[in-house]
Design a protein around this ligand. Structure first.
Ligand SMILES: *[C@@H]1O[C@H](CO)[C@@H](O)[C@H](O)[C@H]1NC(C)=O
Length: 388
């Protein structure tokens, strides 16, 4: 407080007194807020777990041969205002449409011609996330609220499964259909529902499962349990294995469906430069793995110290989700698990699917009201020397 503030004429009200009491009030409310926050953090039962030192020792690999770090430049928005939180994208080449599941329960169909006409197709009454195309044109849905659904070509909904081994799914997340007709799918967390996904990530305990469903027997089988936010799943081109992503671990693993290693699980790619969400094979030798956020220094700290994650969790529970996302986009990985390219943008938020269809990259996301399309011929990822 400077002396000059009350050197004004004697008959004016004394600003120093009002300023001082205003400051006092501010300090007092700040102290009260901090005390309440500390009490909340102390007494709340939310109790994040430490990560293993092996896990903490891993450093993400940011150097990639090629990158497009400004994906929004030159991109178009598709279905703006009509596609709310389009989490996944499924391409049906026969119909020439893409399907996407929205936060209002609608599975929308978007024509792939120049007009990109959006059609309300089916409303699941839940929150459709992962989508897969069946062998007769039916669509399988991993619905966060309703489990695995089948939607016939005519739009009739059939609920297939929503629990395994007596444990109900909490956030059914992604699904694929093998040639055999068997569905493989993930439940990200039996403990937390989709609106609370961040609490799962901050807690740092494995509540996810990889499962299969056989339509010929109606049996649901648990393939792997204790997974860290089991997210995207995709089949290899030969269908000898499938790949599933564990978001907070920044890794994707292989589960062998057939052959010598049948039934085994190993790591396909570890130390991704961001947290993986959905994974899509492009039919041309590359997997496209969406990253809702890049790996950040802040998250590295939070991973190290459970108390920071507890604090973030309390913020999330009682105020709002702290924004920790950065440089969202997609990484491109070859058949051997090497990252060969990255597409991202500082302005992109919570990208959940990146998929290459013909000449374009399509990016879906959890929260924004559109899909992004980028002409890859025009705006390719380039070697670092030329991106700067
Ligand atoms: C993509 O960009 C290339 C190069 O500018 C152009 O030749 C092509 O027509 C574009 N593709 C589409 C589908 O617009």
């Amino acid at each position: 407080m400077s002396k000059s503030t009350h050197s004004s004429s004697p008959d004016s009200p004394t600003p120093s007194t009002t300023t001082r009491s205003w400051h006092l009030g501010l300090v007092l409310s700040a102290v009260i807020t901090v005390v309440i926050a500390l009490l909340l953090v102390h007494f709340d039962t939310y109790d994040p777990a430490p990560y293993s030192s092996d896990e903490l020792a891993k450093k993400p690999v940011f150097e990639v041969p090629r990158a497009n770090p400004l994906v929004l430049h030159g991109s178009e928005k598709i279905g703006e205002g009509r596609l709310l939180g389009p989490e996944d994208i499924l391409y049906d080449p026969k119909l020439g449409v893409i399907y996407t599941g929205c936060s209002d329960g609608w599975i929308k169909r978007v024509s792939m011609n120049h007009d990109s006409v959006v059609e309300d197709w089916v409303n699941t009454g839940g929150r459709p996330l992962g989508l897969a195309l069946g062998h007769s044109g039916e669509v399988y849905v991993a619905d966060a609220l309703k489990g695995i659904l089948k939607i016939t070509k005519n739009g009739e909904i059939e609920a297939l499964t929503d629990e395994a081994e007596g444990v109900k799914f909490g956030t059914t997340d992604a699904v694929v259909v093998a040639k055999s007709g068997i569905l493989y799918f993930t439940d990200a967390s039996w403990k937390y529902d989709l609106p609370n996904f961040a609490l799962d990530l901050f807690e740092g305990r494995p509540y996810g499962r990889l499962m299969s469903y056989d339509p010929s027997t109606s049996k649901t089988k648990v393939i792997a349990r204790d997974l860290y936010y089991a997210n995207g799943v995709e089949l290899s081109p030969e269908q000898d294995f499938l790949i599933f992503c564990e978001t907070p671990m920044m890794r994707c693993s292989r589960y062998y469906i057939q052959g010598e290693k049948e039934g085994l699980i190993d790591i396909f790619i570890d130390r991704l430069p961001g947290m993986p969400d959905n994974i899509r094979y492009d039919g041309e030798g590359h997997y496209w793995i969406a990253t809702p956020t890049e790996h950040t220094y802040e998250w590295e700290l939070a991973r190290k110290y459970p108390y920071i994650r507890k604090f973030l969790g309390i913020l999330e529970k009682y105020l709002r989700r702290p924004s920790v996302e950065k440089n969202s986009g997609t990484v491109v990985v070859d058949l051997d698990g090497n990252v060969v390219a990255r597409y991202y943008d500082p302005e992109l938020k919570l990208v959940t699917t990146g998929i290459k269809i013909k000449e374009h990259l399509y990016l879906a996301n959890l929260v924004q009201p559109f899909i992004i399309r980028l002409n890859l011929t025009q705006y390719p990822a380039t070697a670092p020397s030329t991106t700067k």
